[in-house]
Structures are given as structure tokens and as C-alpha cells.
Design a protein around this ligand. Structure first.
Ligand SMILES: [Zn+2]
Length: 78
């Protein structure tokens, strides 16, 4: 009976150890923010969505083109 208990204890320790080892070998996949997922902004004049890099920013607002930047934010969007 004593040996059975000892065997059970060893089995539990081995099971926990093997589980920890497996977790260390295969860490959960962590998806870093993909570099091509650019932040999208919308034009303050016409409301069109475009990547932040393609937008023209002026006074904290984003515009889709130079013409809309010159017009400024539309009256209805604030
Ligand atoms: Zn626009």
C-alpha cells in the first residue's frame, strides 16, 4: 500500500513536470501587431477612410487630399 502511494506521488510529479516542459517548449503563439496593419484615419472633410501614412494631417485632423485640407473640416463632422 505504501508503494502504491509513492508510485502515485511520482506519477503526479512526472505528469506536472512533463506538462510544464511541454508548455515551455511550445509557448502560446503571440501575434505581434502586423506591420502592414496601418492605423486608419478618416478625412475630416469627406469622411473617406485612408491609411494614416497617406493622409494629410492639419491641426490634429486628417484629410484625404490637399483640396480637402484647404477646405477644412466639413460643418457636419465635428
Ligand atoms: Zn476628403
Amino acid at each position: 500500500m505504501k508503494y502504491l502511494l509513492l508510485f502515485g506521488l511520482v506519477a503526479v510529479i512526472w505528469w506536472v513536470w512533463s506538462k510544464r516542459k511541454a508548455a515551455a517548449e511550445a509557448p502560446p503563439p503571440q501575434r505581434p501587431a502586423s506591420p502592414d496593419a496601418e492605423k486608419m484615419v478618416n478625412c475630416a472633410q469627406c469622411g473617406v477612410y485612408l491609411p494614416e501614412g497617406d493622409s494629410i494631417s492639419d491641426g490634429g485632423l486628417a484629410f484625404c487630399c490637399e483640396a480637402h485640407r484647404a477646405l477644412g473640416p466639413s460643418a457636419g463632422r465635428r
